[in-house]
Design a protein around this ligand. Structure first.
Ligand SMILES: Nc1ncnc2c1ncn2[C@@H]1O[C@H](COP(=O)(O)OP(=O)(O)OP(=O)(O)O)[C@@H](O)[C@H]1O
Ligand SMILES: [Mg+2]
Length: 322
């Protein structure tokens, strides 16, 4: 209640007090400055709210303010009604502003927690599905492939029709196995958990080269394994940035660099493609970019994007190390 303190310490009034209806239990919550003695009793305050305008009571001015509150100013000079109404307006605006800010802060904290829980759950779910795909369906398909190979070896060379059918089934199984492995890799590469960020990024870069012919150089200079959450976020940011390179940049080459300095780990994904103007995008057109920033900010880091039409794009992600 800075406005109230200013009024009291500015020597205009000896004491100031604000009453708000309390949410639970007692009828009023109060804050005050100056002389405590002789402050108006709750019943008088209630009478003042009912009055609807400034009211004089034993050396106090009682003025109704925001949301059924009452401002009391004691021991002051005789002031005009319009002065008191002006004061009431300031107090009302300050109280409402403060409440709005607190409620926004609370909502922001809740949103962050929810998002963090959602992302963690999503990673766990992806990991589980990837493992199931890889271990169970992958194993079964491998067994089928081997069985079909054996059948092909055993079957009589004369039975041409049957051999063709076996060959067709074999190649279908091989394609399905490759698809399952690729989907599992996209979902969550087990190499990220087992061998860490550097290995996972190299694996992803190789995959992009095989699939899209784009040459991605990977340089990871980190002393050892980073915390699991940090590795996951950096991997996801690099994955989104490189997917953008493939989809939008029309570049033949790209690079990923991860370094550690001054308690931070830094990720830079760069391409020399067509580039774009980041300020020209509406929020709905940059969900991928927003997602990268959110993931980094949730762990106390941030994202910087540098791009312009014709001059490629670089994505700089930064995370503090615990
Ligand atoms: N490396 C890049 N080179 C050129 N343009 C890019 C690059 N990265 C992003 N963009 C531009 O920024 C836009 C927003 O990217 P963002 O990742 O947010 O969305 P998106 O890739 O279009 O869709 P998604 O939500 O599936 O990621 C893209 O549509 C593209 O126009
Ligand atoms: Mg994208």
């Amino acid at each position: 209640m800075r406005a109230l303190r200013t009024l009291v310490t500015g020597d205009r009034f000896a004491a100031g007090q604000v009453w708000w209806p309390a949410e639970h239990g007692s009828r009023w919550r109060t804050v005050g400055f100056g002389a405590e003695g002789g402050r108006p009793a709750a019943t008088i305050v209630e009478a003042a709210t009912a009055a609807g305008g400034p009211r004089r009571h034993e050396g106090w001015w009682l003025i109704p303010v925001a949301d059924e509150g009452v401002l009391g100013l004691g021991g002051g000079p005789d002031v005009s009604g319009s002065f008191l109404l002006g004061v009431a307006e300031v107090v009302t605006a300050t109280a409402q502003g403060g409440r709005l800010r607190r409620s926004l802060e609370e909502k922001e904290t809740q949103r962050s927690r929810l998002l963090q829980a959602l992302l963690t759950a999503q990673e766990e779910e992806r990991g589980r599905i990837a493992r199931d795909l890889h271990d169970q369906i992958g194993q079964s398909l491998t067994a089928m492939l081997l069985g079909l190979d054996r059948q092909l070896e055993r079957s009589a060379p004369a039975a041409d029709g049957a051999r063709d059918e076996l060959r067709r089934l074999r190649s279908l199984t091989a394609v399905t196995l490759a698809d399952v492995r690729r989907i599992a890799l996209d979902l969550r590469p087990s190499v990220l958990d087992e061998l860490g960020l550097a290995a996972a990024l190299r694996r992803f870069a190789r995959e992009l080269h095989e699939r899209y012919g784009i040459a991605v150089t990977v340089l990871v200079e980190v002393p050892e394994r980073l915390p699991a959450q940090v590795e996951t976020v950096l991997y996801r940011v690099a994955q989104e940035a490189l997917t953008n390179v493939v989809r939008h940049a029309r570049a033949a080459e790209a690079s990923i660099v991860v370094t550690v300095a001054g308690g931070f780990v830094q990720l830079v994904v760069e391409d020399g493609g067509v580039g774009f103007d980041p300020t020209a995008l509406a929020p709905a057109e940059r969900i991928g970019l927003i997602g990268m920033r959110e993931r980094l900010e949730l762990l106390g880091g941030g994202l910087r994007l540098e791009s312009a039409p014709g001059s490629g794009c670089s994505v700089h992600g930064r995370l503090p190390l615990p």
